[in-house]
Design a protein around this ligand. Sequence first.
Ligand code: FE2
Length: 354
Amino acid sequence: MKDRIGIDPYLDWLRKEGIPVVEDFGVDLPAVQTRPWPRYGVNGAAVHLKGRGDFVSMFVLDLAPGAASAPQRHLYEEVLYVLSGRGSTTIEAADGGRHSFEWGPRSLFAIPLNTRYRHFNGSGAEAARLASTTNLPAVLNMFHNEAFVFDNPWAFGERLGQSKYFSGEGDFVPLRPGQHMWESNFVPDLAAIELKAWDQRGKGSKNIMFILADGTMHAHISEMQVGSYKKAHRHGPDFHVMCVTGEGYSLLWYEGESDLRQVRWKHGTVFAPPDRMFHQHFNTSAAPARYLATAFGSLRYPFTEAKRRALMGTGEGDPQGAVARSVKLGGDQIEFEDQSPRIHELYLSEVSRP
Ligand SMILES: [Fe+2]
């Protein structure tokens, strides 16, 4: 009998689901090939990035014109970003309450934990593609029991939040630059939501942290102005970075390495900086560039000590997380004056390309 060691219940489950699994450093989500996913009744694929970490993976869901996904309910959290198309999602809570909202390109929403939901393509002509980030690997590997995860009657009523959270409204929770939060379940257009200045990540840098469906799943959006780039920093794995507006590139390298890895991005590109790999984002377009980052461990519920350190600081007089504090001050950010001169030289040559 085969030794029962080294088991990954999530990967075992995924093999049985029969959908394609795309594995790469970065992935162009609109180009991912999907196949019928019996569980959802529509086409799907899984996306495993090199830096996905232990807790998170992505799925792509395709809704053909007029199609609807089969009802789902599960004990893992899910944050969805609309790559293309228009449609709606219906959420049915255990108390019978129903919530429905209409999404379009660049919408962001979360499924409140263990509620029953369906996605509908509202167009008879245009397909819709959703990119979902979930903590299914964490949950399935924790319990390794499919029925517990996919057929569990527990109602998490507190995760629903206010009714207005399903209508595109939310609550702004002011904290401090880098930590201002928008609490909701549904954000209609990530290109339109107001961001707040966070100059510690680079002049003109803006962001907002999301708290979606009171979840442990993380989401935030960042913006770089025209002709600018962020400071380099590093942190643990699993931040899935998705370009929302604009175009540009990112450089990645491990400490001590002289070779820089370059990832070019545009709408639909996703990549996940691997564990402790320095990375730096550059806007080369004529418009502000925004990217969405999903991960495990929110500002409200960081879950791991590493996320707490990255997002919240040490609590010793510096409220800035390590992602925005200089390496000279015990943080994980390289200030502009400390970066290698070739970083800026490369940027100048990139923005002057015809
Ligand atoms: Fe980062």
